[in-house]
Design a protein around this ligand. Structure first.
Ligand SMILES: [Zn+2]
Ligand SMILES: [Zn+2]
Length: 305
């Protein structure tokens, strides 16, 4: 589900359209169902039911002791350009290397763009151990099926409400689906915030490093500040970096100022807004954060000690 409507000006993401109305919600719901249904080759015999992620009763102290070292985050899909020669397209995907497992966070809108960019960046799909889907919008899950054709030996973490449908739709042998509700450890030092949001269910990724915690968001539909407050509560660590879609394309300047103040108050050290963050928000964050602002677009590599 791309959750966008076609206008005279072309495809406008819902993130930029202001409040949802009922027909739009219906259209989005319909597209969501279509997204789930079009994943081909139904084969129920491979799987009975998805696994449920066990609840992480936050053992916060353990999180920092498992901190990832030499972390490398590569943005492989984004609508903002960064590195020449890569395709930009509406959506988001990021590869996390250096943690216990190699993770693909979201898959962008189409597998053609995702796989071409990964190839350009020298990332073999077979390197990926775990796929985390932030939420079930087409610009984050659209590349999944094509990706699985390249590598089906992965575990997929996604909002539990969609796990059964996805599991039932997969024919790729080896895929394990884990439905997430509560915060959960994905691998050593890497956690899901658990599912947030009342209408659009979404999870964000938290990675514990030796110098603080990184939060990666897909679209941040439940609210970027809300996500950060929860992440900080879960992990009891300073937030070193927040990157991904902040979902601020429709926000007013005063509201953006308020959000940036909240970031500062929460002690967020570095920011890398991309995808659905919106250009006004990106430039205001850039102004507020100076050298601690990271220009994130497709091909951006962020390395942390
Ligand atoms: Zn979305
Ligand atoms: Zn999105």
């Amino acid at each position: 589900m791309i959750c966008a409507t076609r206008t005279a000006a072309g495809m406008m993401p819902i993130h930029q359209q202001g409040p949802l109305n009922f027909p739009m919600i219906s259209a989005c719901l319909f597209r969501l169902l279509v997204t789930l249904l079009i994943i081909p080759a139904w084969n129920l015999t491979l799987f009975s039911s998805p696994l449920r992620a066990s609840t992480m009763k936050p053992a916060f102290k353990a999180i920092t002791s498992m901190a990832a070292k030499n972390l490398r985050l590569t943005v492989v899909y984004d609508n903002n350009p960064y590195k020449a020669g890569l395709a930009t397209s509406w959506g988001f995907a990021c590869v996390v290397k250096g943690s216990e497992k190699t993770i693909l966070f979201d898959t962008g809108g189409t597998s053609a763009v995702l796989l071409a960019n990964m190839q350009q960046l020298g990332i073999d799909p077979k390197e990926i151990d775990i796929v985390v889907l932030s939420h079930m919008h087409g610009d984050h899950v659209g590349g999944l099926d094509g990706f699985l054709k390249q590598n089906s030996q992965v575990t997929i973490y996604l909002p539990a409400a969609f796990a059964t449908e996805l599991q039932a739709s997969l024919s790729h042998a080896g895929v394990k689906v884990i439905g997430v509700d509560d915060p959960v450890m994905i691998c050593s030092g890497v956690y899901s915030t658990g599912i947030l949001g009342s209408w659009i269910k979404e999870q964000a990724l938290m990675i514990s490093t030796t110098t603080g915690t990184i939060v990666i968001t897909g679209c941040a539909h439940p609210g970027i500040v809300h996500i950060l407050k929860l992440a900080q509560k879960l992990i009891e660590d300073k937030i070193l970096l927040v990157m991904g879609g902040f979902h601020l394309g429709a926000e007013s300047k005063p509201k953006l100022e308020e959000i940036i103040s909240d970031f500062k108050r929460l002690g967020v050290e570095r920011v890398g807004p991309c995808h659905c963050s919106g250009d006004p928000a990106r430039s205001m964050f850039k102004q507020a954060y100076g050298n601690a602002y990271i220009n994130v677009g497709v091909g951006r590599l962020i390395e942390l000690p």
